[in-house]
Design a protein around this ligand. Structure first.
Ligand SMILES: Nc1ncnc2c1ncn2[C@@H]1O[C@H](COP(=O)(O)OP(=O)(O)O)[C@@H](O)[C@H]1O
Ligand SMILES: N[C@@H](CC(=O)OP(=O)(O)O)C(=O)O
Length: 421
């Protein structure tokens, strides 16, 4: 069995979904196909959550109607007649559920409400994709990921109960594979022991693909993208990027952790732990060779790998009483970040101050600063970016920071990180 993962871009239009047919039908093995929401649907659902919780429920309901119209128009382009009618009636039930989730949404339990609404993007896209593949004579069965991926109730960033999910994967998906079927399942979503829907964190469908392969002993995972493979930098931001033929899990987990928005950071561990290769290939031209990510690669010469993480904030935290930033203060500081679930992207400490670069998520940063200010003086620098270069050369560092103001720089033998404005 192989796992194929199709992201939002690969199904953003009916034409794109239809163009996946040869990719899927030419697969050599049985498939578990993991699919994300269509195009920018997740962002649209996020707007609905905002309106439902903090704005106007009437507007939220209108946005749901707009989304329903768009999904039905999409479905009408890939299916016709009775097949379309059957699908339209299934979609209609989900849109009713979505309207109930909007009615039920509440600012006091925002994260819970978010997940009940946002999970629908993947349910809808997989229903359409499954109906389309079946209409083309492919032997596919639709599975609800909420019957497979069991998590805790950390809404919007749910932690997977691996043992339970493994059991469910074998029971639900494994038995279908055993019966000779291919399976289509949603990325990014799961459910709690109380059967509430959860999401695994934005862009989490790659992680679902890795889990499916690990739990079902897949031979490989292929993530189909709009790029020819993994490149040394985001081609949408940097000119003259180069494609990488083969790269280790270690390099990619570092790239993803530093913020490369091409593979979700949680994807690598289940694959590395089970020795499952990850391919990044182009859905626009399946003949292109793409990139393989695995334990070892024959040529270990990498170009500089460049990752630019925008919308960062640099916080300088200083003790009020001139006490050193040693064990007690560090432990206090780390526990504040831990309690708010804030990941620090870069850290540096001096005698009486501690500097941290974090994602500038307004609500969390606000809470963080007010907690820190109880014991420390806090100075912040907004609108900064974190540039990471692995396998850097002095020339690349110079070129990429030319004309920018550097607020902080850290170097190891392999990696340089700079906070720039
Ligand atoms: N190092 C990189 N190599 C290739 N693509 C990258 C890299 N970093 C960022 N990207 C971006 O990732 C995009 C594809 O990912 P994404 O849009 O998230 O796809 P999907 O949502 O369909 O999975 C590319 O168009 C490219 O701009
Ligand atoms: N639809 C979700 C999950 C996901 O992984 O999407 P994509 O594969 O399009 O990045 C999101 O946009 O966050």
């Amino acid at each position: 069995m192989q796992v194929y993962k199709f992201g939002g871009a690969s199904i953003e239009s009916p034409e794109r979904m239809q163009a996946l047919l040869p990719i899927i039908s030419d697969a050599k093995d049985q498939l578990v196909v993991v699919v994300s929401a269509m195009g920018k649907t997740t962002n649209h659902l996020e707007q609905i959550v905002q309106e439902a919780c903090h704005g106007d429920k009437g507007i939220a309901r209108q946005l749901v109607e707009k989304l329903e119209k768009e999904h039905l128009e999409y479905a009408a382009k890939v299916l016709e007649g009775k097949q379309f009618e059957a699908l339209a009636s299934t979609l209609n039930e989900y849109f009713n559920e979505l309207q109930w989730a909007v009615d039920d949404a509440d600012a006091l339990r925002f994260d819970y409400s978010y997940d009940q609404i946002v999970c629908m993007g993947e349910i809808l896209s997989t229903r359409i994709c499954n109906a389309y593949l079946q209409s083309q004579g492919l032997n596919f069965e639709w599975v609800d990921a909420r019957d497979v991926i069991r998590t805790d109730d950390t809404y919007r960033d749910a932690k997977v109960d691996w043992a339970y999910s493994q059991h469910q994967a074998n029971d639900v998906v494994g038995s279908l594979l055993h019966a000779g079927k291919n399976v289509i399942i949603q990325g990014f979503i799961g459910s709690t022991p109380d059967n509430a829907s959860v999401t695994l964190g934005r862009e989490g469908s790659d992680y679902t693909a890795a889990m499916m392969a690990a739990m079902l002993h897949g031979a490989s995972v292929t993530i189909w993208k709009d790029v020819e493979g993994l490149k040394n930098a985001d081609p949408k931001i940097f000119a003259d990027t180069v494609k990488i033929e083969a790269i280790t899990y270690h390099e990619v987990i570092e790239m993803a952790y530093y913020g490369a928005q091409v593979i979700h950071p949680k994807t690598i561990k289940p694959l590395q732990n089970n020795g499952i290769p990850l391919y990044v290939k182009c859905f626009l031209n399946k003949e292109l060779k793409g990139t393989v990510i695995q334990n070892e690669v024959s040529s270990i010469f990498y170009p500089p790998l460049i990752i630019l993480k925008k919308n960062q904030i640099l916080l300088q935290v200083t003790t009020r009483d001139f006490s050193f930033i040693t064990e007690d203060n560090l432990s206090n500081l780390y526990s504040i970040f831990h309690d708010l679930k804030i990941k620090i992207n870069l850290i540096q400490n001096a005698a009486i101050s501690f500097v941290a670069c974090i994602d500038n998520k307004e609500e969390k940063v606000h809470k963080l600063i007010s907690l820190l200010e109880k014991d420390f003086k806090v100075f912040s620098n907004e609108d900064v970016s974190l540039l990471t270069i692995r396998h850097y050369t002095p020339e690349t560092l110079f070129d990429l920071t030319k004309g920018r103001y550097t607020l902080l720089e850290q170097k190891t033998r392999e990696t340089v990180q700079v906070v720039i404005k």
